[in-house]
Ligand binder design. Structure first.
Ligand code: SAM
Length: 264
């Protein structure tokens, strides 16, 4: 995988990629007895990726005793974003995915040549994203990271931050916007996809009030689902803002970066 000079991610430690071999039929969705992952073929660019996902969310909903876990499903917005990214040339670019779930959008970025770090608050999601990368012969890195307690040094300097179907929880909007701001390099862009959720409008308003510019295009439908692609760019940061936002005073090796795992 191409890497831009001097931009490799920090040293990794073992952790999230421990599920190395498992037959899909025996791989139960964690916490949901009787629900198993299935194989799904996703065509990205000229490649058929064979990924593991759980079936539709209503299956998860009927099996869940507590809150429904959203991460095991490859959501239509994720598939749409993956196809969009896979068609780009991202060679040498650093891409961060937030709320990766099964990792489909991150795989699209990796297929386009990006050095890709996928993150989610759910460790099983990272294990699955790693498995899906390995099954596809793609290389990504994975790390557990919650927007509300973001473990990375500010100014991580990503060229592109991506996220699909992550703008549905208003209580997390401010934290997510802060993560985007802290992670993006000057001149970088954020690409978020969603199926047209009402809550995305509230997120958009919050983002614009915080100084982001926002534009939306419509991607090809995924099955019966509409998919919208939102592009966010931040106003140029002043030197003072950059000193804060780029974290020049931050710790050199924060815990979150030590906990990244390489998945090949
Ligand atoms: C609807 S799913 C979308 C998954 C994937 N992006 C896709 O499109 O298939 C939302 C994802 O966001 C993650 N998420 C929700 N709140 C989060 C938070 N505070 N920090 C990090 N990830 C979060 C969930 O665990 C889940 O994987």
């Amino acid at each position: 995988m191409p890497r831009s000079p001097g931009s490799s991610f920090p040293a990794l430690s073992p952790g999230y990629c421990s599920v190395r071999r498992a037959s899909p039929s025996s791989l139960q969705v964690p916490g949901l007895p009787g629900v198993y992952f299935r194989e799904e073929t996703v065509r990205l660019r000229d490649r058929d990726l064979n990924i593991l996902t759980a079936s539709a969310v209503d299956v998860l909903a009927s099996a869940a005793r507590g809150p429904i876990p959203y991460w095991p499903v490859a959501w239509p917005a994720g598939l749409g974003l993956a196809r969009h990214l896979a068609a780009l040339d991202l060679g040498g670019r650093r891409v961060l995915e937030v709320g990766c779930g099964v990792g489909i959008a991150g795989l699209g970025a990796a297929l386009a040549g990006a050095e890709t770090l996928v993150t989610d608050t759910q460790p099983p999601a990272l294990r699955l994203a790693c498995m899906n990368a390995r099954r596809s012969g793609l290389s990504i890195r994975a790390a557990a990271a919650d927007w509300r307690e973001w473990p990375f040094r500010r100014g991580a300097d990503f060229d592109l931050v991506i996220g699909s179907d992550v703008t549905y929880e208003p209580a997390a909007f401010d934290a997510l916007l802060q993560v985007l701001d802290d992670s993006l390099r000057q001149g970088g862009a954020v690409l978020l996809s969603d199926p047209g959720r009402l809550m995305t409008t509230a997120f958009q308003q919050r983002a614009i009030a915080a100084g982001w510019t926002w534009s939306t295009e419509t991607l090809p439908r995924e099955g019966t689902q509409s998919v919208f692609l939102h592009r966010l760019t931040c106003r140029p940061k002043t030197t003072k803002e950059c000193a804060i936002s780029c974290g020049n005073n931050g710790p050199e090796t924060p815990e979150g970066e030590r906990n990244q795992t390489e998945c090949q």
